[in-house]
Each structure stands twice: as C-alpha cells, then as structure tokens.
Design a protein around this ligand. Structure first.
Ligand code: PEP
Ligand code: MG
Length: 589
C-alpha cells in the first residue's frame, strides 16, 4: 500500500549540512522547564544553598567525566566544554543564584531560573551572533544544574541502542560530544542556531542537523519517521512514500558529491584555463585552524581577534594574546595568517569597555577608532602581534579604516610597539605585510591614496554592504534589502581591484560572500587575488572554481557591471551557465 503521509514540513536553521532519514527519538527533559517558586523559611536557607551547591557539584562532576572520556577527534573542542565548566562557578550564575536564595528567601530552582534569564537577556540584546551563541551556553549550563536540582534524568545518549534521529529541546555541546555515530543519524532541536557550539561540534562530526525549530519537540512523537535536511534547514515529519524516495535520492547524490569534493579539497582552485585563486579560511578561535587545514585552506585570510576579548570580563593580557597568536602562526606555517587587529563595538560591544554606550554603534567608536582612542589597549595587542610574528608567516590588518590618517597613526603605533620591545630586549619581528580592511565607502573612494601605505586590501563585504546601502546588517526588518550583489557594492569591489592592480596591492575578499559557491563566477571574473571564507565552505568553493573558466567569468563580470539593479544582477546570474556537475548543487559541505 502506498503511504500518503502528511509531509509536514518545518523550517529551521541549518546546524550542520547533510541529509538523514530515520525514526525519531525524543530526548526528554521534563522538569527543567516547569519550575515553581516557593519561599524558604530563614532556618532552611542554609540547607537550600547547600542543595544548590550539591547540584552544581554534581553537574561539574558529570561534565568533567565527559571531558575525560572525550574521543580523540573532538579534542580540539575541549575548550568549549571547559568554558562550560568555568560557567558553573561564574559570578553571574553561581554567585547571584546564592545571593537570590539568601536575599529573597526563595527556592534554589527559582533563584537559578531568575539569574539565568537575567544573564540570557543581557547577552540577547547584543546583535552579534557569536554572543547570542553564548546565550545557549548559559541555558545549557543552567539546564544541567536544574536537572540535578529537580532530580530529572540527564540525557543519556550513550544508552540509545538503535539508529535514531534525536529530537530535543536543546543539546549541549557535552551531549553532542557523547553521541555515538553508529547510533545517531542526526538531530533536530527547538533551540540553537548556526553559531552555537552544538552546531560547531555537529559539523565536526558531520552529523546532519536542523536547529532553532521552535517547538519541534511538541510536534514529533517517538518512532515517527522524519527527514532531516541540514542543507536546507528543513525537517519533514511523516513523509509520504514519494517524498521518502525523493529524499533517498537527494541523500545519495549529496553524499556521493561530498565524498568526491572532500577527496579533492587539497587540489588547488585552478580554473579550466589555468588561473589559480588562493583560497583561505576565516577563524575566530585558534581551534578552528584544524578545520581550515582539513578543508584544504591555504592559510588564514582573516583571524577575527576580538573573540578573545568578547569571551571574558576584562581585557586580555599581552601574554595571553601572544600565546594564542603564536600558536596560530606556528600551526598554519608555512601558510600565512592575517591577524586583524581588534574590531570591537558596533555589533560586537564589549561589556567591560565603558565606551560602548552609544546611540548608533555601527557608526560609532568601533574597531580602529576605538583602538586609536585607547592606545593602552591597542599597544598591548600590537606588542603581542609583533612578538608572535617571529614564529611564522604573519600579515597584519587594520579594520574599519575610513581614511589615510588612521593607517598612518596605526602604523606609527606599531613602530612604537616595536621600539619598546627592542629597548626591552624582547624578541619580535617587523618583517610582515600590512593591510587594511576595505569596508567603509570612504576608504574605497580613497583607495588610490591608501594603496601607497599598504601591501594588501581585504574587502569586508559584510560591512561594505551595510555602509554602502545604509542597511544595518543585524536588523531583521531590513534583511530582505541586504545583498552584497547590489550593483553599487559590485562597483566598489571592482574599483578596489582596479586600484590594487594599478598599484601592485593584492586584493582579497573576506566577507561572507566569499563563502558562496554560486558567487564564484562573479569574484573570479572581477579578478580578486584571494578569498577567505568559512572553513566548511572551502571544498565546495574550490570545486566550483575548478569548474569555471577565467575568461568566461571575466566576460560575465563585465556584463554584470552594466546592471542597474539587483533584479538585473539576478537575471544576468541566472543566465550564466554553471559547469554541469555543480548544477543545482551549491549547498554547503
Ligand atoms: C566584513 O565586514 O565583511 C568582515 C569580514 O568583517 P566582520 O564580519 O568581522 O565585520
Ligand atoms: Mg567588518
């Protein structure tokens, strides 16, 4: 009999690419969400605090066990789990919860719920997706304590004895790290997003996942057949036979293509007519280097150093910065690493930097502007950079440059930092290229003058699009208007490339548009020298470039430059003939 099925389709966020089909297994976390408030008598307060401390201790022990038993291939994610361990004793959670129990005479569950929501709200107001990912960390850590408080069973993924698709409100990085690949096909969750650590681990394990589905746990029952399409961020409950067949075929095609592309990820991105593009990876944390290397990246084209500042409650020391920069530089050697100096504020506000109280932060004291006003903070970073530069192939890049004066000032501070190290007898190197981000329209206009001061330009299309089109990159209400293929942005890119060529200055793009395989004909045709992208996009982007012709792409880009509107750009792009094997398959890998 043919199964009609209801084909219920849910749209979420792709946590990790891939497709899987299987029986649902609901991870039950009853008890964590339904918490009641009650008052504690003064004589019971000490016991209540102890009950809270015991739950925290038990949670710490559980997590320590996970860390100790972490499989080898996940070792580079240790720091994520260790950061969770540190959160258990964080003042914001631990200290405040105890204060609430004592001060408000309330039960431990309610106190924890209260402080966790306050901490969540604090981070949630910040538009930066990385910091929003940290909201997940707070939720996961407080959920684990809560489970131990209410006596609920922890998710025991290790005991599942059939091959299933996990369905959960949320999975912690620790849960995900314990997944036994032979038992779990993939997972879907109510919460979480692309930058959550759970999805980072899922990508490492290559487990298809869809996250941020809202209430998928209420819609799926145990043993329901579900399809998880991590490429499209789609889940289908109760699929018909026809849909099942369609997805079986999609899955087979995807897996064959992925295996083929991955096998070829170390092959350079050389077009059919012999032009090679250098393709590098963007990283935020040192541990991401492994992905860049695994996926065939030829260096790190953007090291966003601000994340070391965002993940703590005070400015890092020179030594802490130096250690990390040195590690990255040594690991990627002989390939280069482009260290971008601090790009904070804007959408990446530093809680401990008072300067961030601004009406219009994207146009405020952000990045190089902040650094030039706070030479103390900037010099610490520059000294760490100069010291680490002695250990590999480093390039240094200044963000959000809007004019020549800023470059001169930044370079002068770099010289001053070198002079200090020299005087102190501390080893360092000044032998590196200096570049700037091209992400402010005024810099693009002044590109010919800026070219005299630097060795390379790196176009930050994320911000260049924001500032050129006056569209806040983090504002959902105008997200439909935000598009880096807008003719105005394309013209700016072309201008920077032309100036670069005329002045012997290398030009790279390190914004998100460089991660899109479908955009490669444009970027190749515009004659960018280098691209730097999300590491996971490297194999598919490389494969795309290898199938393209440089001369055809150039003609195509010339045609694009004639476009008047985004619609025209889209029409010209639709007309472009992609190499056959890439047709319809430009999903991330
Ligand atoms: C950009 O603006 O394109 C860029 C790469 O920098 P960030 O996304 O860190 O602002
Ligand atoms: Mg930027």
């Amino acid at each position: 009999m043919v199964n009609q099925g209801s084909d219920t389709l849910l749209k979420g966020i792709s946590g990790s690419p891939g497709i899987c089909i299987g029986q649902a297994y609901l991870v039950d976390r009853e008890g964590v969400d339904v918490v009641e408030k009650y008052n504690v008598l003064p004589e019971g307060i000490r016991d209540e605090v102890n009950r809270f401390k015991t739950a925290v201790k038990k949670s710490e022990d559980e997590l320590t066990e996970v860390i100790e038993e972490l499989p080898e291939e996940l070792h580079h994610h240790l720091s994520i789990l260790e950061s969770h361990l540190a959160l258990f004793k964080d003042k914001m959670l631990y200290g405040r919860a105890i204060e609430a129990i004592e001060g408000e005479r309330i039960n431990a569950e309610w106190a924890l719920k209260k402080v966790a929501s306050r901490a969540k709200a604090m981070f949630q107001d910040i538009a930066d997706p990385y910091l929003q990912g940290r909201v997940d960390d707070i939720v996961q850590v407080s959920d684990r304590i809560m489970m131990n408080l209410v006596g609920a069973d922890a998710v025991n993924i290790g005991n599942i004895d059939k091959r299933v698709v996990l369905v959960a409100k949320d999975l912690t990085p620790a849960d995900t790290a314990r997944i036994q690949l032979e038992r779990i096909k993939g997972f879907v969750t109510d919460r979480g997003g692309k930058t959550s650590h759970t999805s980072i681990i899922a990508r490492t394990l290559e487990l298809p996942s869809v996250m941020g589905l809202g209430n998928v746990t209420a819609l799926i029952k145990n043993d329901d057949i579900i399809i998880v399409d991590g490429n499209e961020g789609v889940v289908i409950i109760d699929p018909s036979d026809e849909t099942l067949l369609e997805y079986e075929e999609k899955k087979a095609r995807y897996e064959a293509r992925r295996a083929n592309i991955k096998r070829r990820s170390k092959i350079p991105a050389t077009t059919v007519d012999g032009v090679t593009m250098k393709l590098m990876g963007n990283i935020e944390l040192a541990e991401e280097i492994v992905s860049v290397m695994d996926y065939g990246g030829e260096g790190i084209g953007l090291f966003r150093t601000e994340f070391q500042y965002l993940s703590r409650s005070h400015f890092p020391t020179e030594e802490e910065l130096y250690e990390q920069y040195r590690e990255v530089t040594e690991l990627i050697f002989p390939e280069p690493v482009v260290i971008r100096t601090l790009d904070i504020n804007g959408d990446k506000a530093l809680i401990y930097a008072k300067e961030n109280d601004e009406e219009n932060p994207a146009l405020g004291l952000r990045a190089i502007r902040f650094c030039l006003q706070r030479p103390d903070v900037f010099m610490t970073q520059l000294r760490a950079i100069l010291r680490a530069a002695a250990f590999g192939n480093m390039r240094v890049m200044f963000p959000m440059i809007s004019g020549v004066e800023e470059v001169l000032e930044a370079k002068a501070l770099l010289k001053e930092a070198a002079a200090q190290l020299e005087a102190e007898g501390v080893p360092y190197s000044e032998n590196f290229e200096i570049g700037i981000m091209m992400e402010v329209p005024s810099a693009v206009v002044m590109a010919d003058r800026l070219a005299r001061e630097v060795d390379f330009f790196s176009i930050g299309t994320n911000d260049l699009t924001q500032y050129t089109l006056a569209i806040d990159r983090g504002n959902r209400k105008v997200a439909h208007l935000y598009n880096s293929l807008h003719p105005a942005v394309l013209r700016m890119i072309k201008h920077v490339v032309d100036v670069g060529k005329a002045n012997d200055v290398r030009v790279c793009i390190c914004g998100e548009m460089a991660s899109e395989p479908a955009i490669m004909p444009v970027l190749l045709g515009l004659e960018l020298d280098e691209l730097s992208m999300t590491p996971q996009s490297l194999p598919a982007v490389k494969e795309m470039v290898r199938g393209l012709s440089f001369s055809e792409s150039r003609k195509f880009a010339e045609k694009l430059m004639e476009a008047t509107s985004l619609d025209e750009v889209a029409a010209i792009m639709d007309d472009f003939v992609y190499p056959e094997e890439n047709e319809n398959e430009t999903v991330p890998l």
